[in-house]
Design a protein. Structure first.
Length: 264
């Protein structure tokens, strides 16, 4: 006859089973699409990305990467769900230069009324909250530096905390990311500088600015700039942390910031 297990032993046994279950791996996730140039199943990549997004905020960046791969396929580029989720998740990641075109593209792809409503709401939110600026590179630097860094700063402080957080995320990302110009970025409405050049983000207006790219990341620290000779009748240097053109004439420094054009 089987003897009853003492209460304390029973509790310890149950606890051991619970602990063992907790240590077992959870439900297997679908594998990420193959790396490199191998073809991917855009639907599988899309659903994996959505799963990542819903599972954990720490996986949002990975989710955006997968959706970019899915939307880069011929079929994914024509699929409303793929493109809409790309817009949604890149917006959540503050990658607005991807969110804007994807949101507009999803609106073009929308066939059902529900799809049109979702895409339209996202486009309206983005256009109501942010504006674009297109940076082009000064041709004098373009001959010697093909890519570099954009250091953003505000001319007037952003009061709204959400907008401030979005700007900070974008600023930090581009301070550590090389870019080639021309490039269009989207920022909250306000007054800014990019590598010293001023520009203003306004609703329904496209800002334009001519830049000298930074050669190294990080803003004012660790910059290295080549000398440029023969500009404005004197020697010119791009000085670390300034991001504007410095003309050296008659033992005096005169700062010149390239002009900014805004057009409707």
């Amino acid at each position: 006859m089987m003897r009853a297990m003492p209460h304390s032993a029973s509790v310890r046994g149950v606890a051991a089973l619970v602990l063992a279950a907790a240590l077992l791996p959870g439900p297997a996730l679908a594998d990420d699409p193959p790396a490199g140039g191998a073809a991917i199943d855009y639907k599988a990549a899309r659903e994996q990305a959505i799963h990542y997004y819903r599972q954990n905020k720490a996986l949002w960046a990975r989710s955006a990467e997968l959706l970019k791969k899915a939307a880069a396929t011929p079929d994914g580029a024509k699929d409303w769900k793929t493109v809409y989720w790309l817009a949604k998740i890149t917006n959540e990641n503050n990658i607005l230069e991807d969110a804007f075109p994807a949101a507009r593209q999803s609106l073009e792809l929308a066939g059902k009324e529900e799809q049109k409503q979702k895409s339209s709401a996202l486009v309206q939110y983005l256009e109501k909250s942010f504006g674009g600026v297109t940076f082009t590179q000064d041709e004098r630097q373009a001959r010697t530096l093909q890519e570099g860094y954009i250091i953003l700063d505000v001319d007037k402080p952003l009061i709204n905390q959400q907008k401030k957080a979005v700007f900070t995320a974008i600023k930090d990302r581009f301070a550590q990311t090389t870019v080639k110009l021309p490039k269009t970025l989207y920022l909250p409405f306000g007054d800014y500088r990019a590598n010293g050049a001023p520009f203003k983000i306004e609703k329904d207006t496209e800002a334009k600015a001519v830049l000298f790219l930074f050669a190294e990341p990080g803003g004012a620290e660790g910059m290295s700039w080549p000398w440029i000779v023969g500009i404005g009748g004197g020697a010119a240097a791009l000085v670390a942390g300034v991001g504007a053109l410095i003309l050296v004439t008659d033992d005096r420094l005169h700062m010149k910031v390239d002009t900014v054009i805004t057009a409707k």
